[in-house]
Ligand binder design. Structure first.
Ligand code: FAD
Length: 557
């Protein structure tokens, strides 16, 4: 029997996973990997840490070499080979190689061409000081600029890669300005979560300009001079452009591969509309596990997994389908970690979901054990069913663990109240007997059973105008900043002052708040037992301050 030929386009996360898996399933197949760049299997995710100097040696980013892959997996890996055309009827690809063009035949074709950095058509964007961070060479170039005396940097775009680049450059000692068009850094984060990151960026000495775009780049004696939409200018020795991606699908779309806004449309086994043509990774449309919407999810874990599953689909009738995606992602910014999974409030609102948001601000481990740090977690919960719809966290140690537990719970179909049923490991250096995850479960259970009622920061105008606002923190805490309409009765004094509260509320709903939401919940139960209608501010003053952001100074007295 003539062994079949499988051509893989793209030799990094998705493509190389597909090729390696295929070899393990089929010892006879000819597997050719075509990669237009000089490297395969490189660690995209490690690039920022080479720029910072934390990964000093470039070679550490090269996880595999063509020679190593030939030796261990009998893969025919060809770097410097760019696929420039596809003839699906003839089952051939046209390839530009270092020694000229050629045509290769395939029995099956796997596309994992990923995405390139988007380059907006701005005047001066081709200035030699403007760089992207996508390849090993990009990282090496940026590192070279850093070590040869660059002092000032501008990062355009404060998404994951932009923030990592900013942190890396600051770590290397540069003055860094981040320019972000959206109202806050890391746009998928909720406003209140992004506020904690903004504070950390400030602490790191990174200047952040949000709600502003770069209009043009000019040359200033060899440096780049960025003119911003607010009329200001920033001079820099290097500019990192990280404003999103452009999917490398044009060649394939032109050959008839069905795409939506540049992303390749695949079924749940990675099959495109063309016979024997499969696709995976950053270049494809994935199905959002929560909203069902289709969007590219450009993350390494899903790309690696999809490569494997597409190879399975080629060789195994019972291959697992590609899972829908939660888009679980994480980023380090200084001493903080920000992580998220599932949908955020904007996408839930767009999808018409009726949800409540729960916030908790627990320690990462028992407060009495040295070194405990506070984390800020929020979870979006379906009001009717308690389904977990999305979660975000910002804090120090342990945020990654909590978000991974939440992502696992979501994948497993646990509801938010069921989180309290999880048996999680605990000892004081690691957590608390009531882990932050347990806390979310307890609060969700209270919400779903009606034991607790919450008001959200978005309802602040209602609370100030129509409710009786009761702040149950201590007088000392109250003095550090409170809503001007709030009446202060510490929760420990509330039981003795119920008549006063009843009279002052005069039939109005009572909007209770405290520092984090624990004492206001106790107060809510006291009020409920006295027949008074009340609700507690989820996340308390910690959430409200973060949600108000820069406005806190003018709203609180
Ligand atoms: P890629 O890894 O981009 O590989 C595609 C390859 O195809 C490229 O090498 C390209 O040269 C090649 N190619 C394209 N067109 C052709 C063609 N016509 N012919 C031949 N070759 C072609 N994800 C995370 O989950 N966590 C992180 O911390 C993280 N950090 C990142 C940091 C940076 C700086 C970057 C750039 C990405 C990061 N990612 C991270 C994203 C992650 O790297 C990608 O999701 C993943 O690499 C996608 O794999 P892929 O195979 O789809 O595409």
């Amino acid at each position: 029997m003539i062994p079949s030929t499988v051509i893989v386009v793209g030799g990094v996360a998705g493509g190389m996973s597909a090729a390696a898996r295929l070899r393990r399933l089929d010892e006879q197949a000819r597997i050719i990997v075509l990669e237009r760049g000089p490297d395969v299997s490189f660690a995209n995710c490690g690039l920022p840490y080479h720029v910072s100097g934390e990964i000093p040696d470039r070679s550490a980013l090269l996880v595999q070499t063509p020679a190593g892959l030939a030796a261990s997996l009998a893969l025919d890996v060809r770097t410097g080979h760019e696929v420039t055309g596809l003839d699906a009827a003839a089952k051939t690809v046209q390839v530009a190689t270092p020694i000229g063009d050629t045509t290769l035949s395939y029995d099956a074709l796997i596309l994992s061409p990923g995405a390139a950095a988007a380059i907006p058509p701005l005047p001066g964007i081709d200035h030699p000081r403007v760089r992207t961070l996508r390849t090993v060479q990009d990282a090496v170039d940026l590192r070279g600029m850093v070590t040869s005396g660059a002092t000032d940097a501008v990062v355009i775009g404060a998404g994951f890669i932009g923030l990592e680049a900013a942190e890396a450059l600051r770590h290397a000692g540069l003055n860094v300005t981040v320019v972000e068009f959206a109202p806050h850094v890391l746009p998928p984060l909720e406003d209140e979560m992004a506020w904690w990151l903004a504070r950390e960026l400030d602490r790191l000495g990174i200047a952040v300009k949000t709600g502003v775009s770069v209009n043009r780049i000019d040359d200033a004696d060899g440096r780049a001079l960025a003119t911003l939409s607010d009329g200001t200018t920033v001079a820099a020795d290097l500019v990192v452009l990280s404003v999103g991606t452009r999917i490398n699908s044009a060649v394939f779309e032109a050959a008839g591969v069905a795409c939506e806004r540049g992303a390749i449309i695949v079924d749940d086994h990675g099959r495109t509309n063309l016979p024997d043509v499969y696709a995976c990774g950053d270049a494809v449309l994935s199905v959002d596990a929560v909203t069902g919407s289709r969007r590219p999810v450009q993350l390494a874990g899903p790309a690696n997994r999809a490569g494997r599953l597409v190879a399975d689909a080629l060789r195994t009738p019972s291959a697992r389908p590609l899972p829908t995606l939660l888009g679980t992602a994480i980023v380090r910014v200084g001493q903080l970690t920000a992580a998220m999974t599932g949908a955020n409030s904007a996408s839930l609102t767009a999808a018409g979901r009726d949800f409540a948001t729960i916030r908790v601000h627990p320690g990462n481990h028992a407060g009495y054990y040295p070194g405990s740090t506070q984390m800020h977690l929020l979870v979006h919960v379906d009001r009717a069913t308690g389904a977990l719809l999305g979660a975000q966290g910002v804090g120090g140690d342990g945020v990654d663990k909590r978000l991974d537990v939440l992502a696992t719970a979501m994948r497993g179909g646990l509801t938010a109240p069921q989180l309290l049923e999880l048996d999680l490991c605990y000892s004081p250096p690691y957590g608390s007997a009531k882990d932050p995850i347990t806390m979310i479960g307890l609060v969700a259970d209270n919400l779903l059973t009606g034991q607790a009622a919450f008001w959200q920061p978005e309802e602040l105008p209602w609370a100030r105008r129509e409710a009786y606002l009761l702040d149950v923190r201590t007088p000392q805490e109250f003095a550090t900043g409170h809503l001007p309409e709030a009446v202060n009765i510490a929760h420990t004094a509330l039981r003795g002052r119920l008549d006063e509260v009843r009279q002052a509320a005069a039939g109005r709903s009572i909007a209770v708040m405290c520092q984090s939401g624990v004492r206001s919940y106790i107060a809510h139960r006291v009020l409920a037992a006295a027949g008074l209608q009340s609700s507690t501010l989820t996340g308390g003053m910690l959430t409200l301050r973060a949600w108000l952001g820069d406005q806190a100074a003018s709203v609180l007295v």
